[in-house]
Write a protein that binds this ligand. Structure first.
Ligand code: ADP
Length: 667
């Protein structure tokens, strides 16, 4: 028995190990390989996608560069020809194309900004130094500042005003007189002079290009006079469509500031003044960047190429400043220096991206960058230092959305894993059952061998003792012979069980039914158990109804079923020695009940004990020999007779197995 027990545990462990190994090989290994492969594939696909995207971006950047160059050169050509034809002057705010910010004159060292370029030509009206008027002004200034004879100075300035030939000379003399009148506290007269200057055209400027009327405006507004006229002057300055010189623009800014702050009290519309303020501040911002460009002009890469062939220099555009200007050189106009043309980069990019084909939708998310960072693609040799950066990664890419592709891969992987796990569950369950069955079979073989060996040994020993003829006592002889007969019966029963089971398994177990008296069958079974009952001191209480009818059954099969139940009652009785056998009629059935007061059966096990080879896996049970076939046979035999088996059992209290056979049995 110990042998059986010890051989079972390693068998179970081996079975479980085999199952785990199988699970590892069939499920875990392929799944892991699948996950690793998919992951690897996703990585590779992503790398490939990035590479393709980078190539595409490079290609698109080049294409944009070319398109941009064509566009910019077109603009350049247009502006140069407008200037050459004289249709436009250099000092204007709005050139032929709206993208153009300014056009200046360039030489190797210096960029001449629009307001400087025009100064020499048409703005300044000097008073020639060799004239009598110049001499008189000098004398008047001498009286005003050196001799401090202000009244005298005033008379002289008045004469100058009368003698002046040109409006500019006259306005200049008036400005000086107004100043001296203010010093003389002749406020009204001084203001009258300033008002007159205010009316003079802004073409009349001093040597810095500042219109004289602006000086008058400053003086007037300081004294709280002529707000409306000053407002008009500011508006005409802003609408003049020409660049103001820096001094001019700062004066205008200060005038506007006063107009915004105190103008509304004097009838100036705040909204108009505020608009003017915004315009002048915007203008100054632009002018300051232009001044910065002038300062940096010599350092720009444009100049490095100055010595090169004109063609090469011309097609180079350099990005400059926070406002993102693009600067390039144009051929010189006849008799002039080269032109430097500055355009607004952002509006150019907008006009280019507005016409891009769908295939280059990638452009929807680009911007120009000029920093030293690694991001962005070069736009080609015409735009040194300028790159195209993609603001969103891969979005709206013509190569498709990588995020979507990756999700697809991951979902596919997830589904495959789900299916694998599902399959694995069934595999685990079925293989587990198979292994359990195999284990039960081995256990069965071990039990059968053991059960065969015990009666055979007894038969051999008793038979050999009898053959030697040493036994004289006839009573003893008889007991020996009884034992031999009974052990042979036990052997026969065991073999019958095994053979029957084998037939059932093969499907060729047949039952020969005939009308038989049930009490006779039960009696025969009781008779057959007499010897072991007596040997083990069992008391079998048989209780049979008198008028049991004949019943159509296979005598041997039903007898075998009753014997199996009685034999189990003896095996699993524990300390108890009482067994009850009752046969009665109940609800059209003949009921054969075998009751013991033994170890009982756990409710959880009550269904399974009718399965082939199944034995309740308790320690107590393992010590009792058995094959796990007895109840499986009972179940099969009774079912073949259209009956059923019932079980009532309490753990530790005993069990009642009852065979129910229909009295009217159909074949
Ligand atoms: P075995 O050869 O093991 O007795 P059976 O098919 O006859 O095989 O019984 C199956 C299992 O049912 C037994 O191993 C035992 O655990 C349980 N069993 C059967 N009859 C009884 C009973 N009268 N009392 C307690 N347990 C029983």
């Amino acid at each position: 028995m110990e042998l059986i027990k010890s051989s079972i545990s390693p068998m179970r462990t081996r079975g479980r190990n085999k199952l785990v190994l199988l699970f590892l090989i069939a499920v875990v290994l392929p799944s892991s390989v699948l996950i690793v492969l998919t992951w690897h594939m996703i990585g590779q696909e992503q790398e490939l996608h990035q590479k393709r995207l980078a190539d595409e971006r490079r290609r698109v950047a080049r294409a944009i560069g070319q398109r941009l160059l064509v566009h910019l050169e077109e603009i350049k050509l247009l502006e140069v020809s407008a200037l050459a034809s004289g249709a436009k002057s250099l000092n204007i705010l709005e050139y032929t194309r709206p993208e153009v910010i300014l056009i200046g004159l360039a030489d190797k060292e210096r960029l001449l900004l629009p307001w400087e370029a025009n100064q020499t030509n048409d703005r300044l009206s000097h008073i020639p130094s060799n004239t009598a008027l110049f001499e008189k002004i000098r004398r008047a200034e001498d009286e005003e500042f050196v001799r401090r004879r202000l009244a005298r100075a005033n008379t002289l300035y008045l004469e100058c005003i009368e003698e002046a030939q040109q409006p500019a000379q006259q306005a200049y003399a008036r400005l000086l007189r107004a100043r001296v009148l203010a010093k003389l506290d002749e406020v009204d007269e001084s203001l009258a002079e300033y008002r007159k200057i205010l009316a003079v055209s802004s073409e009349v400027t001093d040597e810095h290009g500042v219109p004289l009327c602006l000086y008058a405006a400053v003086s007037l507004i300081e004294r709280g006079d002529s707000y409306e006229e000053v407002m008009q002057l500011v508006l005409s300055e802003l609408n003049a469509q020409r660049w103001l010189s820096p001094v001019e623009s700062y004066i205008v800014r200060d005038l506007v500031k006063v107009l915004v702050e105190s103008g509304p009290e004097l009838g100036i519309r705040r909204q108009v003044a505020e608009d003017c303020q915004q315009r002048i501040l915007e203008y100054i911002r632009r002018q300051e960047q232009a001044l910065a460009l002038q300062k940096d002009f010599a350092k720009l890469a444009l100049i490095a190429q100055w010595e090169g062939p004109e063609q090469e220099t011309e097609f180079t555009w350099i990005a400059y400043g926070e406002d993102f200007w693009l600067v390039s050189l144009a051929p010189a106009l006849p008799g002039r220096q080269r032109l430097a043309i500055v355009v607004q980069g952002d509006s150019i990019l907008d006009s280019i991206t507005a016409n891009i084909p769908d295939s280059e939708m990638i452009l929807a998310n680009v911007r120009f960058t000029t920093g030293a960072g690694p991001d962005g693609e070069s736009l080609g040799p015409s735009f040194p230092g300028l790159r195209l950066a993609y603001t969103t990664d891969g979005q709206a890419s013509p190569l498709g959305d990588w995020g979507l592709q990756r999700s697809f891969y991951l979902i596919a992987l997830f589904l495959v894993l789900c299916v694998t796990l599902f399959g694995a569950y069934f595999l685990w369950r079925d293989v587990g059952r198979e292994l359990q069955m195999a284990e039960m079979r081995s256990q069965f073989i071990a039990s059968v061998s053991h059960e065969l060996k015990t009666p055979l040994t007894a038969i051999r020993i008793f038979a050999e003792t009898l053959r030697m003829g040493r036994l004289k006592d006839s009573q003893a002889k008889r007991e020996y012979l009884d034992t031999i007969v009974n052990e042979s019966h036990r052997l026969t029963r065991l073999l019958n069980n095994v053979l029957d089971f084998s037939k059932i398994e093969k499907g060729n177990r047949t039952y020969r039914r005939e009308q038989a008296c049930l009490s006779e069958i039960v009696q025969a079974a009781v008779q057959a158990t007499q010897y072991p009952l007596k040997q083990q001191d069992f008391h079998l209480n048989v209780n049979m109804e008198d008028d049991l009818p004949d019943i159509s059954v296979d005598r041997d099969a039903i007898g075998q079923a009753i014997l199996n139940l009685l034999s189990n009652a003896m095996k699993y009785s524990g300390e108890s020695r009482q067994i009850d056998l009752r046969v009665q009629k109940r609800a059209g059935h003949a009921v054969i009940e075998v009751t013991d007061q033994g170890i009982g059966i756990d409710p959880a096990e009550q269904k399974r004990i009718f399965e082939k080879f199944y034995r309740v896996p308790s320690e107590e049970n393992e010590r009792i020999p058995g094959t796990g076939l007895g109840l499986a046979l009972v179940f099969h035999i009774v079912k073949a007779h259209n009956g059923h088996v019932e079980l009532r059992s309490l753990l530790g209290k005993g069990s009642t197995f009852s065979i129910h056979l229909p009295l009217e049995n159909k074949r």
